[in-house]
Design a protein around this ligand. Sequence first.
Ligand code: PGA
Length: 250
Amino acid sequence: MTNIKMYFVANWKMHGNIKDIERSKSVLKLTNSKKFKNNKIIYCPPYTLLEKFYEKVKFSKILIGAQNCHHNHDFGPFTGSINSKLIKSTGAKYVIIGHSENRLEGDTNLQINKKIKSALNENLKVIFCIGEKLLEKKKNLTYKILKKQITNGLKNIKNLKNIIIAYEPVWSIGTGLTPKKTELMQSIKKIKKILYSYKKIKNVKILYGGSVNPKNAKKFAEINELNGFIIGGASLKPKKFIDIIKKSIN
Ligand code: PGA
């Protein structure tokens, strides 16, 4: 194991029910084992399960997060929306912001910036997703895209203490495709360089997301500069999720 503290973010997307919360018992058990130490598991179920999940794990090491929030900080006439204050009231401590699936549905960098500010105002920790599309990668635009997403998303935010960057190449999400280890190392380097030149900050945590599974977790977890994973599909199956965790922390 190379990383002292690894984050394992379970992004359930639009999946899950009460029974799935019950099934996560085995994950709870794992967090109590000696081996688990001070690694972190953050479950991000749909909004409807946030409170129930929180009640289930509130005395454990497992933390809860939402998958998005509205860009308006105050309450207001936004039918169907959930803001950071509502998320906070469920017991959730984290929120994913800027996921490519939300960007695809219209989230702009400006809205993402507002969402991050709103979440930080509520003392929520932010998992800020960035990543290039396949065509952008092919055109060698990865650095440019990451820079734009980071500088716009973090505009006027001075303190990055409560922000974790999740690098999720869009082409690897749900596709079974992943970057080569060296490619991922280069992308992490790029992100660090951008953050340093933009904010003079060196120690921001960086996660990787995109088709993480029990077979590839170990090789990525060996990257010193990587602080963990955001896991979609494989996090819905406790056995797979546990396998990923075990392979990453051993
Ligand atoms: P995946 O999703 O693990 O199913 O590729 C990751 C994510 O979208 O966060």
